[in-house]
Design a protein around this ligand. Sequence first.
Ligand code: G
Ligand code: MN
Length: 330
Amino acid sequence: MSNRPIGEWSWDKTAQTLSVSPKAGEGLGHLLGAWTLSDIAKTMDGLSGARLQRSFSAPLDSVSCEITLADGRRLNLIGRASDHGAAGLIVAASEDVSGTEPGPALSPVYQPIFDVAGQRIVGFEALARWEGADLSSERLEDTALASNMLIRACNALSLWRDETGREDLFVQVNMTGQDLADQTLPDLVAAMVSGYGLDDGQLRLELTEQAALRNTDGAIAMARALKDAGARLVLDDFGSGHSSFLWLAKLPADSLKVDAALIAEIETMRVQTILRAISMLARNLGMGSVAEGVESRDMLSVLADLGFDHVQGYALGRPMPAREALKLLT
Ligand code: G
Ligand code: MN
């Protein structure tokens, strides 16, 4: 079960009331109406009321608050503050699929993506990590991973935006084959885009042909739906494994990310010729180009010369928690 938008909320600062309008059929009819915080707190577990109070009194532009209802259901209130208060969407937090054991906590990291000169951060790729677990964690199979990563990544993006004033930063989130089959994802993307007030291009989803293999037509239809919902698409791992020209022809992607395995061979002339052709191909298709796996700064001038727009790799920045990424930006 993944995260889905199930209603709207707004906070009136003057009246100090929270208006809730749940969608029909979500079993939240009892929450409909305008509430004082102390009244609505009676429908939630004790700590949730206090968390709401803190979220609405925080001097931030964006609100993201997870609450737990008395019946145990968890909801996320996501939105933006205005002069009059705040407003946004209610998202049903996913059920924990791992049973009663509290598995390792998802703790995403963010790797900076630079302009090709390596001078300025233009965005980040969100990567899933688990506290106290290695990468081989079975959590990789978590059906709610993409939606959790989406929420966390948009949350991080809004932190960076609020703290630095940079409205041009973007965040990229990886989608698996399983995610591409999840029909609720476009709704969540639309909720994130409107809830966080994201501009076109600020939320980007990375897809691979590998992820689409089981159902290519379905994946293309999903990719279109995600784009209509307000996300841009990045074709990941281009130039190695499964990444055909047919896939490139069919996928309405906005940028192309060249696989690290190809970038690693950049010193050979044959590879440089291929990379130049790829960046030109991307440009002629109206797409941007990113080189990943940039492990030495010496590669930067070559990649600039080969026509790449963006670069990502250990030579420029390792994946790091959102707060550290913020320090890097300021
Ligand atoms: O294919 P995808 O873009 O999702 O791969 C991202 C992975 O690559 C992450 O796990 C990240 O830690 C890793 N990575 C990032 N930068 C580098 C790099 O410069 N070299 C290598 N070998 N791996 C990198
Ligand atoms: Mn990726």
